[in-house]
Design a protein around this ligand. Structure first.
Ligand code: SF4
Length: 289
């Protein structure tokens, strides 16, 4: 609120806050309940693979802060411009919703702080790739979307939910990208942006990218690196572009995935690709001959 007072006092301030809270907006000021435990902790993540019991994930304080900002007489509108950590708002993943603080937060965001579209970053649909990223299973994104749609409908709002994804991440194979494209298409998305993996310092993914092995298990993890391999992963994402159709069909035929051709290109499975087992009666007749 002190920062807000400084911003609104600026003669150039026109009444709009473009991004309240910063990256991972709903993790603003989340911290250990007992910081003495945190001081002794060596866990690489407070929220993966499960949320630590000692992490205070209550969204109530944030919702109250948003309401305060919203009520400020000099603020016309304050938006959440950065992504929110959606998994922390899914009850199956974060059980800390007995008082309804998750839904209350989402409702506040949806009704007051979204500028047309809300960005969230499931990053991938493949559980194996998500594990390398220390991100939760994509099944939680489905749950979040259900909740988002329910609250939007209740408030008569039609603001787009935009999921962000990454291609060529260590551990991600071409067929994983095809699956990602098929699953998001099935959910009704026609996405326009995918980020190509870029190694950044101090991350497990970067260690894998350069060494070829997972540093915790020392097991090999494949990472695509050439421009061609990266572009190939990217093409599945744009299944709706005419120029990619033939290439996608060929590639999935080679991978023997007629199911994905059907899902991505709306083409029925070709009999020859289905590799159905020969019916018993035909097998026996052939043997007799
Ligand atoms: S994992 Fe738990 S104990 Fe460790 S730093 Fe995070 S909140 Fe604290």
């Amino acid at each position: 609120m002190n920062e807000l007072e400084q911003v609104v006092a600026d003669p150039d301030f026109k009444g709009y806050i473009s991004d309240l809270g910063g990256p991972s907006a709903n993790m603003y000021r989340m911290q250990g309940k007992d910081e003495a435990i945190c001081a002794r902790c060596s866990s690489p993540s407070c929220i993966h693979p499960v949320i630590c019991n000692n992490l205070d994930t209550n969204h109530k304080h944030m919702t109250e802060l948003y309401r305060k900002v919203d009520k400020h007489p000099k603020v016309k509108k304050a938006f959440i411009g950065s992504g929110i950590r959606y998994d922390l708002l899914v009850d199956d993943f974060n059980k800390n919703n007995n008082d309804g603080n998750h839904d209350e937060y989402i409702e506040q965001v949806i009704t007051r702080h979204v500028s047309g579209r809300l960005k969230v970053a499931p990053e991938h649909t493949s559980d194996a790739t998500l594990r390398v990223m220390r991100k939760p299973s994509f099944k939680y994104f489905h749950k979040f979307k259900e909740k988002y749609d329910r609250i939007s409908e209740k408030n008569n709002l039609k603001q787009q939910l935009i999921p962000y994804f990454i291609s060529s991440h260590p551990g991600c194979e071409e067929v994983d990208m095809a699956n990602l494209a098929a699953e998001t298409k099935d959910m009704g998305f026609q996405l326009e942006q995918v980020q190509d993996f870029t190694p950044t310092p101090m991350t497990v993914a970067t260690v894998i990218y350069y060494s070829g092995v997972h540093p915790y298990t020392l097991k090999p993890v494949k990472t695509v690196k050439t421009r061609e391999e990266k572009q190939n992963q990217n093409k599945f994402f744009f299944w709706y572009k005419k120029e990619n159709r033939d290439w996608i069909r060929r590639r999935l035929q080679q991978a023997n995935r007629p199911d994905l051709i059907e899902k991505l290109l709306d083409e029925p499975k070709a009999e020859s690709q289905e590799q159905k087992p020969m019916p018993k009666w035909l097998e026996e007749r052939r043997k007799k001959k």
